[in-house]
Design a protein around this ligand. Structure first.
Ligand code: PHE
Length: 454
């Protein structure tokens, strides 16, 4: 097929802030607000934070630059961009791996995002004796296992996502993320202020900032690496397709730095929101993935103005999740509409119908006796399988190959020119970036991949 990408004008982001807001919106999500605190809680707190930051810098940033440039130069979705840049060679399947990651992540991420909507609704019946704020543990177990209700919320969430994506890049994605991101930050700061002024909050603050290296194991490092990866939305076709909407005169180095910094700030704010309150109310920071859905409601219940803060918090969490799911769907429908030459709307409907096939069983994985996959497919639930497949296989592999593409493969010929805008910007950053991309990032990512599959 012909990849004549230069002939038709392509929608581009209207402003630099728009690009940063959209990419940061994708990066900042349940990964930062829900996953980061519980991962940090289970992995020694501040030591985890430090290691995560190091990996973000030496792995996440170079990999993001690689993806950005492939998208901006390829001027299409992940699959077609690689095809455009290599005359349709097998490299395009690297792009396809990213698109598949987004497709599968959307399927299980929408489960957790749907729960968030359920909790927003429940804040209006704050004092209900059977609700999440009075019986956090019992309610979460019963709600997540109840079948149709979480599925309904999940479908609503998927439709919301489709609606925004349907409006297109400038009107939908850029306009929405531009105001959502600042509101999100503001809401987080309000909750942080409430949390750090609770009695006994200091223990939580020092848990986050005073490193205890005795808890660091190889697993801590590997988890931190995976987290750096997932939280920057790498190897999911997302940064790549957003890169294709960036003007060739924009500075991708500063955009990447802004996204990495804002994603980190949100993760730290999430920690500051959760740990002081956790310590203040005697909830174990190591309580795991249910930290937000079980521990936070009990914190809200014991807080002056708890109902208000609970409402703010769950709205914030669903907004963060929405700007991430928007990017996943864009990565998928960008491919479907461009490759099969169909309209964006048709591509959206087809894609969400296909997502539903995986998404509904993912939500039903929390039923009392969920369907398990056959043992040759891992024997996990659909939710567990999709999570494993994306985080441990597709994303590390896709990221490794993308980095190799610009460091050693066909992309090495133009990478320098593309990333420095023809040698006009960031020349002194280029050498260290090239070194990381060639020698450091691929080795680290290979380690995650091998570890993840073993
Ligand atoms: N980065 C998002 C988060 O932290 C998750 C994500 C992964 C989004 C891959 C898009 C693609 O929640």
């Amino acid at each position: 097929m012909a990849h004549d990408y230069k002939s038709k004008p392509r929608d581009t982001f209207g402003s630099k802030f728009g690009i940063i807001a959209a990419v940061a919106g994708s990066a900042i999500g349940l990964g930062n607000i829900w996953k980061f605190p519980y991962m940090a809680g289970a992995n020694g707190g501040s030591a985890f934070l430090l290691i995560y930051l190091v990996f973000l810098l030496i792995l996440g940033v170079p990999a993001m630059m690689a993806e950005f440039t492939v998208g901006r130069k390829g001027r299409a979705n992940a699959f077609t961009s690689f095809a455009n840049l290599t005359g349709g060679s097998a490299w395009k399947w690297v792009g396809m791996m990213g698109i598949l990651s987004s497709f599968f992540i959307f399927s299980f991420y929408s489960t957790v995002a749907g729960w968030t909507l359920g909790y927003i609704v429940r804040t209006f019946t704050f004092t209900d004796p059977t609700g999440p704020f009075v019986q956090p543990e019992g309610y979460f177990a019963q709600f997540s296992a109840s079948g149709w209700l979480p599925v309904l919320y999940q479908i609503i969430f998927i439709l919301f996502t489709a609606l925004v994506v349907k409006l297109g890049v400038t009107k939908g994605i850029e306009r929405t993320t531009k105001w959502m991101m600042p509101v999100l930050l503001l809401l987080m700061v309000i909750i942080v202020i409430r949390s750090v002024t609770l009695p006994g909050a200091a223990a939580g603050v020092s848990f986050l900032f005073k490193p205890d290296f005795s808890k660091v194991t190889i697993d801590t490092c590997l988890n931190a690496m995976g987290q750096a990866f997932f939280s920057l939305s790498l190897a999911a076709g997302v940064v790549l397709i957003y890169g294709s909407y960036v003007k060739s005169t924009d500075n991708m180095m500063t955009s990447t730095a802004s996204v990495a910094i804002s994603s980190t700030v949100v993760a730290v704010l999430a920690g500051l929101m959760i740990f002081p309150a956790t310590f203040s109310f005697g909830v174990a920071p190591t309580s795991g993935p249910n930290l937000i859905y079980v521990a936070l409601p009990s914190i809200f219940r014991n807080m002056v103005g708890g109902q208000f803060f609970a409402l703010l918090f769950f709205i914030l969490l669903s907004m963060a999740a929405l700007t991430s799911t928007i990017s996943m769907l864009e990565a998928v429908i960008g491919f479907v509409s461009e490759h099969f030459h169909i309209s964006r709307s048709t591509a959206i409907w087809l894609s969400i119908a296909a997502v539903a096939i995986f998404a509904i069983p993912a939500t039903l994985s929390f039923m009392p006796e969920p369907m398990l996959l056959p043992s040759w497919l891992g024997g996990k639930t659909v939710f567990g399988t999709l999570d494993f497949l994306t985080s441990n296989i597709l994303m590390p592999a896709g990221c490794l190959l993308t980095v190799l593409f610009v460091g050693w493969g066909p992309g090495r010929k133009w990478f320098r020119d593309e990333v420095t805008n023809g040698g006009t910007i960031g020349r002194r950053w280029y050498k260290p970036l090239e070194f990381l991309l060639k020698w450091v990032t691929p080795v680290l990512v290979a380690v995650i991949l091998v570890w993840g599959v073993l």
